[in-house]
Design a binder for this molecule. Structure first.
Ligand code: BG6
Length: 505
């Protein structure tokens, strides 16, 4: 049975959100329809949205408020968590849905937006509270931010901006973007989103580490042999070839989501749960990650690109045959990295990161591999070494935590076998976890930036990626791997050189 501790609940309880208008730039895009509106609907369904709540879609195409509402209704009917849709909940949300036609280059359209927001303040009591959501292609972020500044829509703490990824494509471009945004908004008004931080299992990393006494003492170079962070996808580029071919796996997944996983699994205990305290610790950890020099990429990285193959019995095309991908593309769809963290806790412990598209299985996990016990008693037989302890945090899809340990097989002879102790979210907590965007939008409405990326954090992560990207420019092309396999054979050789092996989750 679950126990609730009212004192702890009180400590982490937050105020509920004040009335607010969320303005979505890129209102007719994929993200709005598939993620943002369904997440807002789910929050409404759970009664978590404030009474005075409004959504304004800002887009180029001409359409009426009602046409916009009808479009979004179709999206919610398809993608919401609570289906079939509850018409009463939808009607409540739809009453506060507005559409503003506009062009990002036209200052007059932002003046018109300001007028609509003032009208919404009067009609719905939103009182100047605004959340501007950049759901457009990244090239348009700077222009929109500038226009918001010029229209006087960025000048109070109640006006905040959510910036989607990708946050730059290198250290220089990330710095430039930070300069542009913080030239208009104060850093405290900026929420850089990384949807991995909205995942329940990712938030649980800090709880696992710091709400339990038994793990943290072992969480260091004395006991940990190495750590593997894997994010494997079966998907290919799914019609996003234009974007992906310019980005690649390292920029798309490693710089942001996987570096966040690394920071949370390896950082020092923060002294409080305040946003700045936690983010300071993450930055401190990222600063300790040893950058990979451009002339050492062959030693610390492997990149691959999927060729045609088959997944779940179906043939799939190779990356270079995907729409909007150059036929001679050198873009990485698979990447393996070895990183070291130069601090006292992790000195000499390798962190292996692996991500790829078109791998055999969708799985994201962090595996902390412990060292072998002393080679006496049960570990003394060198011909039959014991399997070592592994703690696995399964981020998705089968959310949970498991520990591998050795046990005696019942019987008259001594036979030792590894067994698994397993915690499953579904089994212990039942209900399906909220979508990451629900949590992040709710936090943004509450003004809580803990689960958002600070400007210096984004830049620090780019420092680590920049050397790799530079080195790859002159390195041989990515190794091909057949779709439906665990990446190029070179990735296996890469970790085996260190005397370790990839897990097969
Ligand atoms: C996005 C990437 O940030 O994350 C996609 O751009 C990737 O390429 C996606 O597929 C993975 O997210 P999730 O939540 O499905 O693991």
């Amino acid at each position: 049975m679950l126990e609730t501790n009212p004192l702890r609940a009180g400590i982490v309880a937050r105020s509920s959100p004040d009335p607010c208008a969320v303005v979505i730039f890129g209102a007719t895009g994929d993200l709005t329809g598939r993620k943002l509106l369904p997440a807002l609907y789910n929050l409404a369904h759970e009664g978590q949205l404030p009474g005075g709540f409004a959504i304004v879609g800002f887009g180029r195409r001409a359409k009426s408020h009602d046409e916009f509402r009808a479009e979004l209704r179709r999206d919610v009917e398809q993608h919401a968590r609570f289906l079939p849709m509850n018409p009463a909940v939808w009607d409540g949300l739809a009453q506060g849905l507005y559409y503003q036609q506009g062009d990002y280059t036209n200052a007059a359209d932002f003046t018109a937006l300001g007028k609509l927001l003032a009208q919404i303040d009067r009609e719905r009591g939103t009182d100047g509270n605004r959340l501007f959501y950049m759901a457009t292609p990244p090239g348009q972020f700077p222009q929109i931010v500038q226009q918001l500044g010029t229209a006087g829509l960025a000048n109070s703490a109640a006006q905040r901006v959510i910036v989607e990824k990708p946050f730059g494509r290198s250290l220089d471009t990330a710095r430039e973007l930070n300069r542009t945004i913080t030239g208009v908004f104060d850093e405290r008004q900026v929420l850089r989103i990384d949807h991995y931080l909205g995942k329940e299992t990712v938030q649980n990393i800090l709880v696992l580490r710091f709400a339990n006494e038994i793990f943290e003492h072992l969480w260091n170079e004395k006991y940990v042999d190495h750590v593997q962070i894997t994010v494997a996808e079966t998907l290919g580029v799914e019609g996003r070839g234009g974007y992906y071919d310019q980005a690649g796996a390292l920029r798309d997944m490693v710089q942001n989501h996987m570096m966040q996983l690394l920071a949370l699994i390896a950082m020092e205990p923060p002294t409080s749960l305040e946003a700045e305290v936690i983010r300071d610790e993450k930055v401190k950890l990222l600063r300790a990650v040893r950058p990979i020099p451009a002339d050492h990429v062959a030693q610390y990285t492997v990149r691959g690109q999927y060729a045609a193959g088959s997944l779940a019995g179906k043939s799939v095309a190779g990356y270079r045959q995907e729409k909007d991908v150059a036929p001679d593309s050198r873009t990485d769809t698979f990447v393996a990295l070895k990183l070291y963290i130069d601090n006292w806790r992790w000195s000499g412990v390798p962190f292996f990161l692996r991500h790829g598209k078109r791998l055999p299985k969708r799985v994201a996990e962090i595996a902390v591999q412990f060292k072998a016990p002393p080679a006496v008693l049960f570990g003394a037989d060198l011909a039959a070494p014991l399997q070592t302890n592994v703690l696995v945090i399964r981020i998705q899809p089968d959310e949970g935590i498991s520990i591998r340990m050795n046990a005696k097989v019942p019987g008259t002879i001594l036979n030792i076998q590894p067994v698994k102790m397993d915690f499953r979210y579904g089994g212990s907590f039942g209900a399906r976890s909220p979508d990451a965007y629900e949590r992040l939008l709710y936090d943004a409405l509450c003004g809580d930036s803990t689960l958002f990326i600070r400007g210096d954090e984004a830049e620090r992560s780019w420092v680590i990626m920049d050397g790799v990207l530079q080195g790859w420019q002159t390195a041989p092309a990515p190794f091909p791997y057949e779709a439906g396999t665990w990446g190029p054979a070179e990735a296996d050789a890469f970790i085996e050189r260190d005397g370790r092996q990839w897990r097969r989750p």
